[in-house]
Design a protein. Structure first.
Length: 422
């Protein structure tokens, strides 16, 4: 049987099973990418360069929100095919070009030079390549083939990480290693997705520019929401860059990395169900959607408790061995951040529910309000308490987000249920 036949001729059961497995692996690699890179940068280059890298990656995460524009989940749940793939593709190309332009303006405006300039630019380029890949993956998911999207992502992540390590071992140049990683990522993304598009006959049928503009309008609330969300998550790093040193930035990056473990574990459960959840909402199965929401929130709570307990007992010991740096004096900051991780997982899950029920406009107000609070609170706490202030500000802000979103969504689904019944 040819590769094409093996991809196409699969039962729904095997596709569902493979989607869950490979999405879990892909999500893990996605979450661990910065951890693995920070590990090598710390081991090879020292704590100061690790701090520069940590900051550069946080800037890249903020910039990539411009490129993604919050479209992925909207695309995956567009089961009525209101927009063609070409619309999504052209839209993503345009936002990616804008992102590259903005990051250069940002670096020149900040007057960055040397390694900081190189890493901020290269980390952003790497995330833009991932963003371009994401629009293809969104189309495969919309067609019920999240398994294929996840497999391609795993292949690209794994090979590009190997390219980074091998290049550094040969050249001992951090910037050149990131260039190698970007080039390998781009080549794998381009050729693998062109091949898969041919198999699934994903065409780029012509449509008017109005459809692309429509995506800018429809997804603008999602863009603002994700942009605000990444700002909230990384505001402490931006304040540390302003008020502290690259070494402290590096320490914060090291203890911050496990925060997304909770989110990673929880996303394994709900991400493969996005299309199914959209169908529940379309068919007005409010009880099923409400039940899933409550079960997932309980699951997040249980996982959070386990991770925080494990973090308190052995977390920092493992991180200290992993990075080769003594981090035990930052235990309080670490535990505070892990609690924030549980809140982050709650927020990320509810993001998807808000999109499914098409309430993305409301998220702009929630996230915008929290971002405004973050702008003032984070600067005060980081300036006064440095690393522990950064940890407190992060956790307090995502806790505020989570509380508002949980209360609203439970109320809204119950209200929609009564409206449908009456």
């Amino acid at each position: 049987m040819s590769l094409k036949e093996r991809i196409i001729n699969k039962s729904e059961t095997s596709i569902s099973r493979a989607s869950k497995l490979w999405n879990a692996v892909f999500s893990m690699l996605n979450a661990l990418q910065s951890v693995i890179l920070l590990f090598f940068v710390t081991r090879f280059c020292g704590e100061e360069d690790a701090g520069i890298f940590s900051y550069a990656f946080s800037v890249a995460y903020l910039m990539i929100m411009i490129s993604n524009y919050g479209v992925r989940n909207y695309q995956a749940t567009d089961i009525g095919y209101h927009q063609k793939f070409r619309d999504y593709l052209i839209h993503r190309i345009s936002t990616s070009v804008i992102t590259i332009a903005i990051i250069f303006i940002y670096c020149f405006g900040k007057k960055y030079t040397g390694l900081k300039f190189d890493l901020v630019i290269l980390c952003t380029v790497l995330k833009v390549i991932e963003s371009m890949e994401d629009v293809f993956h969104g189309e495969y998911q919309r067609r019920g083939r999240l398994d294929v999207a996840s497999k391609l992502g795993v292949i690209r992540y794994a090979i590009s990480l190997v390219a980074f390590v091998v290049t550094y071992l040969i050249t001992e140049d951090l910037a050149v290693s990131f260039i190698s990683m970007c080039l390998v990522s781009f080549v794998i993304f381009l050729f693998s997705n062109l091949y898969i598009c041919g198999i699934f006959q994903v065409g780029v049928k012509r449509s008017g520019p109005g459809e692309v503009i429509k995506l800018y309008v429809i997804c603008f609330p999602l863009f603002l929401t994700t942009f605000f969300n990444i700002y909230i998550c990384n505001a402490a790093k931006y304040s540390l860059e302003k008020y502290s040193t690259d070494v402290i930035q590096g320490y914060y990056g090291m203890i911050f990395m496990p925060v997304f473990v909770i989110n990673l574990l929880c996303s394994f459960i709900y991400r493969p169900k996005l299309v199914e959840l959209a169908e529940y909402w379309r068919d007005k199965k409010h009880d099923v959607l409400s039940s899933f929401l409550k079960k997932q929130l309980l699951m997040i709570l249980i996982i959070s408790i386990i991770v925080v307990a494990g973090g308190y007992l052995i977390g920092l010991k493992i991180l200290s061995i992993f990075y080769g740096v003594d981090l035990m004096k930052y235990r309080m900051s670490f535990i505070i951040l892990l609690i924030g991780g549980g809140m982050t997982a709650t927020v990320d899950f509810l993001n998807n529910i808000f999109i499914v029920v098409r309430k993305q406009n409301l998220m702009v107000w929630i996230y915008g309000g929290v971002s405004l609070v973050t702008l003032f609170v984070t600067s005060i706490l980081v300036k006064r308490y440095e690393l522990i202030g950064a940890s407190l500000s992060y956790t307090l802000m995502v806790m505020l987000q989570a509380a508002v979103m949980v209360v609203y969504m439970l109320f809204f689904i119950e209200k929609s249920k009564k409206s449908a019944e009456g």
